[in-house]
Design a protein around this ligand. Structure first.
Ligand code: ACO
Length: 319
């Protein structure tokens, strides 16, 4: 069995409230709150990048769980905003913390951190690493089109980190569901090397999203992936003590909550304070729920995410 042994997270100090957009965009706090649930987000400093946020998340993990990095033999950094094409950000984390570990980045949209947990779980179970450090970190503010009201208001920056390793029988990961549908690639993109997608769609050097299509996709896969993960775990929705969904939009979260028949008390929400931090979103929310006692030892926890690719992932674990 493997599970999460330690957890940490970090969000930049600078708070940007919805009102700041009103000053220069045709938008309003009221529109943003009603359509998304977001009230404010954190924005990285000018000289603060994904590696810095990853370091801070791991430092937070170490503060909370001293010694947690002992035995870490692999580092995965899930990110959509790596500092560079190469070196991988994970190698920078490996060096910063002096780990004797392999290191690679994982690029799979917002579900990247859940994909990373699945890989860490598999690596540990297969005996390829005793423990794996899985980081999700994003400096999305660096790639936003700040003049596009349809996307600029949605995202924020942050980082989260977990150490995955062996746990007692009856605890840890119970199921994973991972999926992708690249036919939806054109709905959400940011170019890197090529100026176009294989279907000819030309890509800009700024985040583009077709919000309406991504919304429909999100509601659909949040529903199917969560139900599949719960069933694979041998549980029913009533068994889920805490539901920690990707923090993109409160309406999407509400739709998933309703389909699962869960009361709001079981749903962890912080999208109002952080916006969509992509791969950092679930660890940021998970940490809050653990800290305030909503997640306790032995609780069944459901995680789910969706994003660019298009991709999705869900997991059930016993805390
Ligand atoms: N302020 C005011 N008006 C706006 C804003 C804004 N910030 N943004 C869009 N509008 C306008 C649109 O232009 C549109 O105007 P029109 O009717 O004249 O064309 C109108 O509001 C309605 O637009 P919709 O897109 O239909 O609004 P919707 O209710 O769908 O909400 C939103 C838009 C919030 C983007 C929603 O579609 C959404 O959340 N989609 C999913 C996004 C998401 O979760 N992405 C995650 C990506 S994860 C990753 O991997 C990066």
């Amino acid at each position: 069995m493997s599970g999460i042994l330690a957890l940490g997270a970090y969000a930049p100090e600078r708070v940007m409230r919805n009102e700041e957009f009103e000053a220069y965009l045709d938008t309003s706090d009221e529109w943003i709150v009603t359509r998304t649930g977001i009230r404010e987000r954190r924005i990285a400093a000018e000289d603060e990048y994904t590696s810095d946020l990853a370091f801070k998340a791991v430092e937070d993990l170490l503060k909370r769980h001293p010694g947690a990095l002992e035995g870490v033999e692999g580092v995965i950094v899930a990110t959509n905003t790596p500092d560079a094409l190469f070196p991988d950000t994970a190698a920078l984390v490996q060096a910063r913390f002096g780990l004797n570990a392999f290191a690679y980045d994982l690029l799979a949209g917002c579900p990247g951190w859940l994909y990373g947990l699945a890989q860490a779980h598999a690596l540990v179970e297969a005996g390829l690493a005793r423990k794996v450090l899985v980081v999700g970190a994003e400096a999305l503010s660096k790639i936003l089109d700040w003049n596009d009201r349809a996307t600029a208001v949605l995202f924020g920056d942050g980082g989260g980190a977990a150490v995955v390793g062996p746990v007692r029988e009856g605890f840890g990961f119970r199921s994973f569901v991972l999926g992708a549908d690249g036919s939806g690639a054109k709905e959400l993109y940011h170019t890197c090397v090529a100026p176009r997608l294989p279907d000819g769609t030309s890509m800009k050097n700024r985040l583009y999203m077709n919000g309406r299509e991504v919304f429909k996709f999100a509601v659909r896969v949040m529903n199917t992936a969560t139900l599949e993960a719960i069933e694979k775990a041998g549980l029913t929705p009533e068994d889920i003590k805490a539901f920690v969904p990707h923090q993109a939009n409160l309406r999407i979260i509400d739709a998933a909550r309703e389909r699962l028949g869960l009361s709001w008390e079981r749903v962890v929400v912080n999208v109002d304070r952080y916006g969509n931090t992509s791969t950092a979103s679930i660890p940021l929310a998970l940490k809050e729920a653990v800290d305030d006692g909503r997640i306790r030892e032995g609780d069944h926890v459901l995680l789910v995410s969706f994003g660019a690719g298009l991709t999705w992932a869900a997991a059930v674990l016993t805390w």
